[in-house]
Design a protein around this ligand. Structure first.
Ligand SMILES: Cc1ncc(COP(=O)(O)O)c(C=O)c1O
Length: 379
């Protein structure tokens, strides 16, 4: 079986670990451990037979209006899709019409897949990932005005002006670092008409007052597309549900390119119920900062590992030793799966990524790592 390109490939990991997939503790996929929300499970249960046998409404009127309400927009500005990944495909088809597409690396591997599929002319701009670790600061501290902040902010601000024929893909917060760019930095790229696709798949993990979303500028800039996902925050990765916020004409064009029912009926109802589950949202915002902080502190206590404390529900870790080897050891001895970073351009075998999970699960990971790395300061 081939080494997977994405996190969450439990069949591959179970074969390496010699156990059943459900026996693994998966830190490789950045999916909330709190979900799916009970409200969603109940709605799926109550409507299962009807939703399985009927075609979904191809307009997705009710779902679109729910998503539009959530963002204070009209329905025609919303296009639901079979995960953000499906919408990325159509964004890439538009980006392929640009003279060049700026793409900050390392980045989520599916951008490469979709841009290549349509022959987009991609210009890679490497981010200084090591500088995040060398600063020893958290993301919020970094953004407060250190050299690293200038460096990472500059990665966007110093791109040549985006002419009408240019394009850009940006992921905020950034996978795999969890770095969060300020919304104004992104906004500064919109004036000259180039197509800007901002993937905010992990933005909802930040409480509303800390989010740096550019959704509020969608109506002012027809050249802006924002992609969002419900699969991570609500733990619905198997069901698949994402959406784009974009100009209605672009939404209509994308709609003509795809099949009539890209979102299945179960996913559509799940999304509507999930968006209304304010208690689940609050529970997530209460859990994440504390759980992440304990994990960060535990990792910082281990010699040979360095962690960057970003804003998302995952952490990027730099290791003095091979992470592929570590991944194999954790699988075989502890049945724990971490995400190697081989598929992230420029990272290689000295980085791994872990999701933040429930406190007791995070502790299991820290204990397993503690068996392999000595404590800081010990002989
Ligand atoms: C940055 C980023 N964008 C988009 C996606 C795809 O999300 P979805 O499950 O909604 O297709 C992922 C999945 O890992 C991701 O990491």
């Amino acid at each position: 079986m081939l080494r997977p390109k994405h996190g969450g490939n439990l069949s591959w990991a179970a074969a390496v670990a010699g156990c059943e997939p459900q026996e693994l503790l998966d830190f490789s996929a950045s999916i909330s451990p709190l979900g799916p929300p009970a409200s969603v499970l109940q709605a799926l249960h109550d409507n299962l037979a009807v939703l399985l046998s009927a075609y979904p409404n191809p307009d997705y009127g009710s779902l679109r209006s729910c998503l539009a309400d959530y963002h204070g927009l009209e329905s025609e500005w919303v296009l639901p899709g079979n995960g953000a990944a499906e919408l990325l495909t159509w964004a890439a088809r538009d980006l392929a019409g640009c003279d060049r597409v700026y793409f900050l690396t390392p980045g989520f591997g599916d951008y490469g897949r979709s841009l290549r599929a349509f022959g987009a002319k991609v210009e890679h701009r490497p981010l200084a990932v090591d500088s995040l670790f060398d600063s020893g600061l958290s993301d919020l501290e970094v953004r407060a005005g250190t050299d690293v902040a200038a460096n990472w902010g500059d990665a966007i601000a110093t791109l040549p002006p985006l002419g009408p024929q240019d394009g850009m893909v940006l992921n905020n917060p950034h996978n795999p670092t969890g770095y969060l760019w300020g919304a104004e930095v992104v906004r500064s790229r919109l004036d000259q008409g180039g197509l800007v696709v901002v993937d905010e798949a992990f933005m909802d993990f930040l409480p509303p007052e800390q989010q740096q979303s550019v959704v509020g500028w969608v109506q002012a800039f027809p050249n802006l597309v924002v992609l969002r996902s419900l699969t991570k925050f609500y733990s619905l990765a198997g069901l698949r549900l994402g959406y784009a916020l974009l100009h209605p004409q672009r939404a209509e064009r994308w709609q003509q390119w795809r099949d009539p029912w890209p979102v299945n009926g179960l996913a559509a109802i799940a999304a509507e119920v999930a968006l209304k589950d304010l208690a689940f949202q609050q529970q997530t915002w209460d859990w994440l900062p504390a759980a992440r902080q304990v994990l960060v502190s535990g990792l910082r206590d281990l010699a040979g590992l360095e962690v960057y404390s970003g804003c998302a529900n995952f952490l990027l870790v730099r290791s003095r030793h091979s992470c592929v080897q570590l991944q194999r050891q954790l699988l075989q001895r502890d049945q724990i799966l971490i995400r190697d970073c081989l598929s992230f351009e420029g990272l290689g075998d000295r980085f791994f990524r872990i999701a933040v999970r429930r406190p007791e699960e995070n502790q299991r990971l820290l204990t397993a790592l503690g068996n392999r790395f000595s404590a800081v300061g010990s002989p």
